[in-house]
Write a protein that binds this ligand. Sequence first.
Ligand SMILES: NC(=O)c1ccc[n+]([C@@H]2O[C@H](COP(=O)([O-])OP(=O)(O)OC[C@H]3O[C@@H](n4cnc5c(N)ncnc54)[C@H](OP(=O)(O)O)[C@@H]3O)[C@@H](O)[C@H]2O)c1
Length: 233
Amino acid sequence: MHHHRVIIVTGSSRGIGEATAVEFLKHGDSVVVFCRHRDHVEEAEDRLRRFANADQILGLTGDVRKFGDVKRIVTKSLTKFGRIDVLVNNAGIAVWKLVEETSEKEWDDVLATNLKGAYLFMREVVPLMKGQGDGIIINISSGLGAAGDTKYSAYSSSKFGLIGLTQCVAQEIKNPDIKVYAALPGAVATKLHLDIHPWEDPKDMLTPEYVGRKIFKLAQGERRSGASVEIYG
Ligand SMILES: NC(=O)c1ccc[n+]([C@@H]2O[C@H](COP(=O)([O-])OP(=O)(O)OC[C@H]3O[C@@H](n4cnc5c(N)ncnc54)[C@H](OP(=O)(O)O)[C@@H]3O)[C@@H](O)[C@H]2O)c1
């Protein structure tokens, strides 16, 4: 695929999402950048303009947990760019607590952001891609989506769920030109990871830029649909 494509990256104001946006922009693609906070989006847009023309970037605000927001983001993306070639369901939050210390609100927020958000976006984008006749969806799971670990009950459950969701949607789509993947990064030096493990050394982690390059590569669509792809460096 060599034509310039249109990408939605959820939660792209920093971390893995921003690094993924940079990678696509550098290749001439157009990217819809959004997260919940207007100031975060504007700051990210300022940084991203160094890698792209202003008209390659559409900055929006919205919450992946809210169906109305998801619908609005998809509609505005189509109004500006006319199609959606790649969807990267990246927005995520983490809670690092024993199961008995995890509040119901924390559980619900993690599952709604990490798992329901991807469902809401796929519900909107899968029919579009079926109409276009091609497309790539990449769901950012985690190594914790393949093996649980202490204090990750909510997070790991959401990431296991995302792998199941990926496999189901991949099976549902019969068109071989539409591929659905789960990406499973190890620890990445971002706010999400460092907020819960501030004593760890970022030098021992993957960089968001490395992960962004791997996601760009996965978006070339060479792997079989439904695959879980580890990004461990
Ligand atoms: N860092 C790691 O070690 C690691 C490892 C494996 C997988 N992952 C996964 O990679 C993804 C990105 O993580 P990261 O480490 O880059 O995190 P991050 O630096 O905390 O970035 C998260 C991004 O998501 C946005 N966001 C959060 N909740 C949102 C919501 N409800 N609606 C829309 N946007 C939302 C944030 O902006 P706002 O707060 O302004 O909304 C921000 O742009 C996550 O799914 C995470 O689980 C991370």
